[in-house]
Design a protein around this ligand. Structure first.
Ligand code: PGA
Length: 233
């Protein structure tokens, strides 16, 4: 079974760092065949990551419109033209810092699909919801309101409290949450986990039958920390 190993570099990568990373990754010939590796660089670094058969490239977000007077936005159509195959939509950092609502996330996902790319739709509960035991209700609403009408996509379950904190839910909670999300979906959809994934916990998380991959932030910034995750597949 394919396991998606997705690097989300956020706003943390340099031009030189990307070059070293990409050259190193592209040179490797012994990566697990079941691993589908996807790099999601900041927009200006997309071009420098393209053109390597052993991994695909995605964007970290895209505009909710396909073209027009939207200063600073990057459309799904341009990302497609560049060579991206995936676009992350609805990451919690976009929701928190840029006010992206479920409705906007859905609109973005639809545009990504319209352009023939695959959205990586992120959902996840904040800490207070997790503590109150209401995570499933929260996730159900997020999913219902942000899921595009139809089309192949990946769903990333990323508890907000697990992102960049070194904390993760128990394996049992990840498994149960993924099965719960699967039960809400009409079509078979890979569900990946994100939040403090490292070379130390990747094997256990990827070993869960309901987990189709991982979305990796901090540990995706260097090959030294990212490769052990790919090799855990
Ligand atoms: P992290 O980030 O691996 O640094 O926790 C994951 C993410 O935000 O996608």
């Amino acid at each position: 079974m394919t396991k998606y190993i997705i690097a989300n570099w956020k706003m943390r990568m340099t031009k030189a760092g990307a070059k070293t990373f990409v050259q190193g990754l592209a040179a490797l010939r012994d990566l697990p065949k079941e691993a589908s590796t996807i790099l999601c660089p900041p927009f200006p670094l997309i071009e420098s990551c393209l053109g390597h058969p052993s991994f695909d490239v995605g964007a970290q977000t895209s505009g909710a419109f396909l073209q027009g007077p939207y200063t600073g936005e990057v459309s799904a159509s341009l990302l497609k033209e560049m060579g991206c195959k995936y676009v992350i939509v609805g990451h919690s950092e976009r929701r928190v810092h840029y006010g992206e609502t479920n409705g906007v996330v859905k609109q973005k996902a639809q545009k990504v699909l319209q352009e023939g790319m695959t959205p990586i739709l992120c959902i996840g509960e904040p800490l207070e919801i997790y503590k109150s035991g209401q995570a499933n209700t929260y996730l159900q609403q997020q999913l219902q309101e942000s899921l595009p009408e139809e089309g192949p996509l990946l769903i990333a379950y990323e508890p907000v409290w697990a992102i960049g904190t070194g904390e993760t839910p128990s394996l049992e909670t990840i498994e149960k949450t993924h099965y719960f999300l699967t039960s809400l979906l009409k079509t078979q959809t890979p569900i990946i986990y994100g939040g403090s994934v490292t070379g130390d916990n990747a094997k256990d998380i990827l070993g869960l039958p309901s987990v189709s991959g991982v979305l990796v932030g901090g540990a995706s910034l260097s090959l030294e920390t990212f490769l052990p995750i790919i090799r855990s597949v």
